[in-house]
Design a protein around this ligand. Structure first.
Ligand code: HEM
Length: 317
């Protein structure tokens, strides 16, 4: 019986390999020589655990590095889901809902785990190793920018003062006015920070390519033409609202509270260390970035990021 099964499997393999002109015997010989797969090889564990290279001798710097790396991996998981949605040829509400639930789960994990940043490092150590990392900043996370462009048309990401009259601008012009370019300015001079200049040098082309690719397949674009009054779309609507809140209120607030914990000094002191206008930039109520305006009322959008919508946010310690 078992021999019969093996023969049948060999026949199936023969058909598969013949179809591409491959010699099955050679592949079977290769299988005989091949080593068994190990967990550590499969996930490249040894490499992964050598990627935490500190710039100082302060132990908490490693916490800082690992937490950023973990976050970037979650960002990658989020982008994987958004890519599937972008590539879907038809809008099946249940397929979309399931994937957005996954994205929401990732954001939820990130929001709650921000406690690691808030309470998991000694402020005195942080203030020391931070100086050895300048001008690097999480601001330079390209995946964060790609998530935004996969979720919403570039128009939704134009800085708040220009947004209402940016409708007729080209995609390139809208990207020029994207909110984060305005955000990264030196408090003392109003000029672009070196952090931003270096980021633009490295990623401007990639961001433009990505924005073009996603222009008509980003999640917000695909969702905007649905009839949101229809009761059948209610479960999907709930998930879109949750995604908007998590990505544009709760994560930014959890992050802002971390920045407040470690960097809350009078503006003059921050400016003296080459600081940005982060206190006026990071709180979501200033940027009012909203991916899916069609699932919110005007009133809800007016009060975006203000007290009352902070329910899930990690509170300052
Ligand atoms: C103690 C922890 C942290 C502090 C004190 C902090 C501080 C800051 C500050 C001050 C900014 C404004 C830009 C600048 O001046 O550099 C910023 C931006 C940013 N940081 Fe962090 N950060 C922390 C942790 C993180 C983590 C873990 C991530 C995850 C990748 C991250 C990602 C970002 C992003 C994406 C921005 C840009 C936000 C936006 O444009 O709206 N930060 N951070």
């Amino acid at each position: 019986m078992q021999e019969q099964q093996i023969l049948e499997q060999l026949k199936r393999l023969e058909v598969k390999y013949e179809a591409t002109g491959q010699d099955l015997n050679s592949y079977l010989e290769g299988l005989f020589e091949a080593d068994f797969l190990n967990y550590w090889d499969y996930i490249h564990l040894d490499t992964l655990l050598t990627l935490q290279i500190k710039r100082t001798t302060l132990p908490d710097e490693e916490v800082f590095i690992i937490y950023h790396q973990v976050t970037e991996l979650y960002f990658k998981l989020i982008l994987l889901e958004l890519e599937q949605l972008a590539n879907a040829t038809e809008v099946n509400p249940e397929f979309f809902r399931e994937r957005i639930v996954r994205v929401n789960r990732y954001f939820e994990t990130l929001i709650h785990s921000f406690k690691v940043m808030m309470n998991g490092m000694e402020p005195t150590q942080f203030m020391k190793f931070r100086m050895a990392l300048l001008p690097a900043s999480g601001f330079q996370s390209v995946q964060y920018r790609l998530i935004e462009l996969a979720c919403a048309p570039a128009l939704q990401l134009v800085e708040s003062e220009s947004r209402s009259h940016a409708n007729n601008l080209s995609l390139e012009e809208q990207l020029e006015k994207i909110y984060w370019r305005k955000g990264a300015t030196v408090l003392a001079t109003g000029k672009k920070t070196l952090t931003l200049e270096r980021f633009e040098e490295k990623y401007n082309d990639r961001i433009l390519r990505f924005a073009k690719k996603y222009e008509h397949i980003n999640l917000g674009f695909k969702m905007s033409s649905l009839d949101w009054k229809s009761p059948e779309l209610e479960p999907l609507k709930m998930q879109l609202r949750e995604l908007d809140e998590q990505a544009n209120i709760h994560w930014p607030l959890a992050h802002f509270h971390s920045a407040m914990r470690y960097l809350n000094k009078p503006p003059a002191v921050i400016a003296a260390t080459g600081g940005t206008n982060w206190q006026r930039y990071l709180p979501p109520k200033f940027q009012k970035i909203i991916f899916f305006p069609f699932v919110w009322t005007d009133e809800e959008m007016d009060s975006w990021g203000r007290a009352g919508v902070e329910k899930n946010t990690v509170k300052p310690f």
